[in-house]
Design a protein around this ligand. Structure first.
Ligand code: ADP
Ligand code: TPW
Length: 580
């Protein structure tokens, strides 16, 4: 407060941005400082916000996105102009694709110069570039509009289908000053930023009628259901109806994976055979073979007569790929509660024949898997290493599992059971590499829990430098690099016989553990399940930043993991030129 009654107390753009974020309950910034936002990061820290600085903006952006998913508050990523902005943009687009709420706040150069393309420092029309890649994009030009600008960004990120928002703050804005009281009055505390959306009663009745008549019903849970934090309602719906369910990968743990009604171990069977499928916060995109094709059973009357119920907040999602007979539009909590209100003891349970057939497949597949996991080959393969991770996660169900790679992703998803909601973060809708360390940092910072990152060696490389960030903030992250010497495998050779290695091959026997040691963390090599168990247990017990270089058989795994069918390969096998 000013002591001089003649001089009005002033505020400025820097303070108004921090005040507006704090007023809306935002307590953490992920970013990378530089012109013009260095002082903003400094001020935010001085004002009590947590400011987590990264080594590359993409990982700060990924951290913001994961924080958004975990907390239902928009994660904030703060970047400098043009190149910093572009580095953060991939994460913003990915967040939007995943339906995670985040705001990329980027400083930008002088409008007058940018618009006349006169060549400013880091000149770029960032707003125009961001617009097609996110849910909404705004620019604030006047200090008195900062409050409303941030309010719009928060509401756009959180309401309806969540997504990424771009907020452009030109350099000149930060230094603009105004009367402090007027500044305070200009701030906006967003009321009900993610309003409940109650489904129409007739839509609920239509869905219930379909479900009642189903012979072989199936529930599919997606990451929208995990995001919605309607955990008790979702569980009650599954248990009260007795309908088997499949979790998509980030919905694992919404109900514990060892739940009697989980059909994960009979996935192909239930997708092919179910007659009524209820999607809860899951899209019928490529991850579900677009709702058609051989994943969904033999072509014929069964496929044609299958009916879908879809619970989603976005009406335009309905009929995206195949016809949806019963759309239920609203937020997952409200939709599931409305369905539950119509389900009493008289609601028919699924036929014993259907449940029996599923259990039969489950038992068969689970015992096959148990045999595979019990093997102890040397060197380790994905299964023997993941058997360790499976046991560690079972013993520490609070820990958050971050996962990326190809084989490393696919095998971890199917082998490592999750027991609690929102404990699994992975490559998401795009199947993108590079989320690893950003997601791990966000998970540790926002939840305070132990984090285990299971990383293919290629996948880890995309964000590996952030192990310094993990060490700097002393985060309880245990990174396990599944080191098989390359992208997918380490065995490819250069077909031309030249001295360059094959495009998918890396340096053999790379010492990833030294990267963590370089910054004061713990780096360990694990060549056997016993060594891996010991190293992971120590990491969990100590909470110290740890990187375990897990040596995996370089011949294990397949190209592209489980999505080999999407990998075009040259059919024309050209004859190698013969040397004369
Ligand atoms: P998965 O990859 O797990 O199948 P998707 O990301 O494809 O999941 O689908 C998530 C769906 O959930 C999106 O269509 C999105 O609109 C929806 N969604 C996100 N949040 C909510 C919510 N709170 N209530 C209802 N639907 C939601
Ligand atoms: C941004 C393409 C998909 S999976 C993968 C790449 C490069 C790495 C697979 O090797 P890794 O795993 O991690 O060693 P594993 O278990 O099979 O040995 N760039 C981006 N995203 C994607 N998806 C790719 C490239 C890809």
């Amino acid at each position: 407060m000013s002591t001089d009654t003649d001089t009005p107390e002033l505020t400025d753009g820097f303070h108004l941005v921090v005040d507006a974020l704090k007023l809306n309950g935002i307590d953490t910034l992920f970013g990378l400082p530089g012109i013009p936002i260095t002082d903003l990061a400094r001020l935010a820290q001085a004002q009590g916000m947590r400011v987590i600085s990264f080594r590359h903006e993409q990982h700060a952006g990924n951290a913001a996105a994961a924080a958004g998913f975990l907390t239902r508050k928009p994660g904030i990523c703060l970047t400098v102009s043009a190149p910093g902005f572009l580095n953060g943009l991939t994460a913003l687009a990915n967040a939007t694709t995943n339906c995670f709420p985040m705001i990329l706040i980027s400083g930008s150069s002088e409008r007058e110069i940018v618009d006349l393309q006169q060549g400013d420092y880091e000149e770029m029309d960032q707003l125009a570039i961001a617009k097609p890649l996110c849910k909404a994009a705004y620019r604030v030009l006047h200090a008195q509009d900062i409050g409303i600008g941030i309010a719009r960004a928060i509401r756009a990120a959180l309401s309806g289908r969540p997504g990424g928002v771009y907020l452009d703050l030109p350099a000149k804005l930060f230094a603009q000053s105004m009367d402090a009281e007027a500044g305070r009055r200009s701030l906006v505390q967003v009321v009900d930023p993610a309003p409940r959306q109650i489904p129409a009663p007739d839509a609920v009745a239509r869905a219930l009628a379909l479900l009642r008549a189903a012979k072989r019903p199936l529930i599919l849970l997606g990451k929208g259901a995990a995001y919605a934090q309607a955990d008790a309602e979702v569980r009650a719906l599954v248990e009260r109806t007795g309908i088997p369910y499949l979790p998509m990968s980030m919905a694992k743990g919404l109900l514990p994976d060892n739940h009697a009604l989980s059909a994960s171990a009979a996935r192909s069977y239930v997708l092919a055979e179910a007659d009524v499928v209820m999607l809860i916060g899951a899209r019928l995109n490529w991850l579900l073979s677009h709702g058609k094709g051989k994943t969904w059973g033999a072509p014929g009357p069964q496929q044609l007569s299958r009916q879908f119920i879809q619970l989603d907040i976005a009406p335009t999602e309905i009929d995206s790929n195949v016809a949806v007979a019963a759309p239920v539009i609203g937020d997952i909590g409200s939709c599931v509660s409305a369905l539950l209100a119509g389900i009493d003891a008289s609601f028919p349970k699924p036929a014993a024949e259907w449940l029996g057939a599923i259990n039969e497949r489950k038992d068969k597949n689970l015992s096959k898997m148990a045999a595979t996991l019990a093997a102890n080959p040397s060197p380790m393969n994905f299964h023997s290493a993941l058997n360790v991770v499976r046991q560690i996660v079972q013993a520490h169900p609070d820990a958050i599992l971050v996962n990326e790679g190809a084989n490393t992703l696919d095998f971890t998803r199917s082998i490592v059971d999750m027991y609690q909601p929102r404990k699994r973060l992975d490559v998401g809708t795009w199947g993108i590499m590079g989320i690893g360390m950003g997601f791990a940092v966000a998970a540790a910072v926002t939840t305070g829990q132990r984090v285990i990152a299971i990383e293919g060696d290629s996948a880890f490389g995309f964000s590996g430098m952030e192990v310094e960030t993990i060490c700097r903030y002393q985060l309880p992250v245990c990174v396990v690099v599944f080191n098989n010497n390359g992208v997918y495998r380490g065995t490819d050779v250069n077909p031309s016989g030249g001295s360059d290695v094959a495009p998918t091959a890396f340096v053999k026997n790379a010492r990833y553990e030294l990267m963590m040691q370089a910054f004061g963390g713990v780096g360990v090599v694990a060549s056997t399940p016993v060594e891996l168990t010991r190293a992971m247990n120590e990491a969990i017990a100590s909470g110290r930043p740890t990187l375990i270089n897990a040596i995996i058989d370089e011949t294990a795994g397949t190209e592209s993991g489980r999505i080999a069918s999407l990998n075009p390969q040259s059919a024309a096998k050209k004859k190698q030129p013969t040397t004369p």
